[in-house]
Design a protein around this ligand. Structure first.
Ligand code: HEM
Length: 335
């Protein structure tokens, strides 16, 4: 029996209301995630996730970024419930088809490999949503970023939301205010927004994600004035006015695969690649101050980043008897 339910029985029996308590479902730590969740049911779970992530990142350094992003794109849509991982089938339309994910979200095969290894070790025990949270942490650490304990116990959804994926995940051309609102809707604040955007210290973006900054909103040729003009000229050589949509560009031009605070130093130098990166410095005093603080103090960035990742990982998890533990992350279980 979990601590909270024990407390519930004691207090209620003291005031002779035990029958009322018993009429409620008593569920161990219902609603709460905690790092020791698999300590008894799958003691090697974290070790297994880490070893598969290590292998994948050794093979391709960018994979750390791709896995980190999957957790974000999962959590912002119906909470951290692995809805992102479902392929289309039956009544499910996959979130992989949404604007933010199509031709962009990647790393699904690595999640498959992790799940396979975990099903072998302890069948139907470790959720795909928890795998995403652990893989995001392990990826951050492998890239040189901060470490944190990952609260666990999420369960997997039995459906997906394409519209949620299109609407809830911030877009690179959203205004500062729209982006902040999208964070606030899921219970995150301005500090979380600025700190978590620091993920862009690793990983790539496609030409199509920032082209408008190079040629003006309506192709009028004007370069975004908040973008360093020589950097913009360089970007134009591989990101033409039309074509080359999928061409890839590193987001941190100083240390593209290292998780550090150079992302913020770039922004202060007007070299944030995405408009959504740069607006944190140009459109709001509070976020500008944070960008400057993180550019100066990597320890502060790491501290805030780790805390904000735990917060993001706590967005509306399915716990207790809600959802299920998928056997294969790409599809719901059949009974
Ligand atoms: C603040 C709002 C955000 C916006 C508008 C945004 C937008 C984007 C865009 C447009 C890309 C490039 C996609 C492409 O062109 O294929 C990208 C990449 C990435 N994003 Fe974000 N993002 C945001 C916040 C976040 C957060 C909160 C995280 C993680 C906690 C994150 C992690 C990443 C990573 C790691 C990549 C690189 C992925 C790879 O190389 O495969 N982003 N983001």
């Amino acid at each position: 029996m979990g601590i909270s339910s024990m407390w519930c029985v004691m207090v209620l029996s003291l005031i002779a209301l035990a029958p009322i308590c018993l009429s409620h479902k008593i569920d161990d730590n219902e609603g709460n995630l905690y790092p020791q969740f698999y300590d008894h049911s799958c003691p090697r779970a974290q070790e297994i996730v880490k070893s598969v992530v290590e292998r994948a990142v050794a093979k391709e350094a960018r994979m750390a970024a791709s896995l980190l992003r999957l957790h974000f794109h999962d959590c912002f849509v119906k909470g951290c419930d692995a809805s992102l991982l479902l392929d289309s089938s039956g009544s499910i339309t996959s979130e992989k088809r949404s604007n933010p994910n199509r031709k962009s979200a990647r790393g699904f095969e690595v999640i498959d490999d992790i799940k396979k290894a975990l099903e072998h070790e302890c069948p139907k025990t470790v959720s795909c949503a928890d795998i995403l949270a652990l893989a995001a942490r392990d990826s951050t650490v492998l890239a040189g970023g901060p470490n944190w304990e990952v609260p666990l116990g999420r369960r997997d959804s039995r459906d997906a939301s394409l519209s949620g994926s299109n609407n809830n995940i911030p877009a690179p051309n959203n205004t500062f205010q729209t982006i902040l609102t999208k964070f606030k809707v899921v219970g995150l604040d301005l500090v979380d927004m600025v700190a978590l955007s620091g993920s862009h210290t690793i990983g790539d973006a496609r030409c199509t994600s920032f082209r408008q900054r190079l040629y003006g909103q309506n192709g009028n040729g004007r370069i975004d004035t908040t973008l360093d003009q020589s950097y913009a000229a360089e970007l134009r050589t591989r990101c033409p006015r039309s074509g080359g949509d999928q061409n890839l560009f590193i987001m941190d031009i100083i240390t593209p695969r290292k998780f550090d605070n150079n992302y913020y130093k770039n922004i202060v130098a007007s070299k944030g690649l995405l408009n959504s990166d740069q607006v944190m410095w140009t459109k709001n005093e509070a976020s500008k101050k944070l960008v400057e603080q993180y550019a100066e103090d990597m320890g502060l960035f790491f501290d805030h980043f780790a805390k904000s990742m735990v917060k993001m990982g706590n967005i509306s998890p399915l716990t207790g008897s809600r959802g299920e533990i998928r056997r294969v992350c790409r599809r719901v279980n059949h009974f």
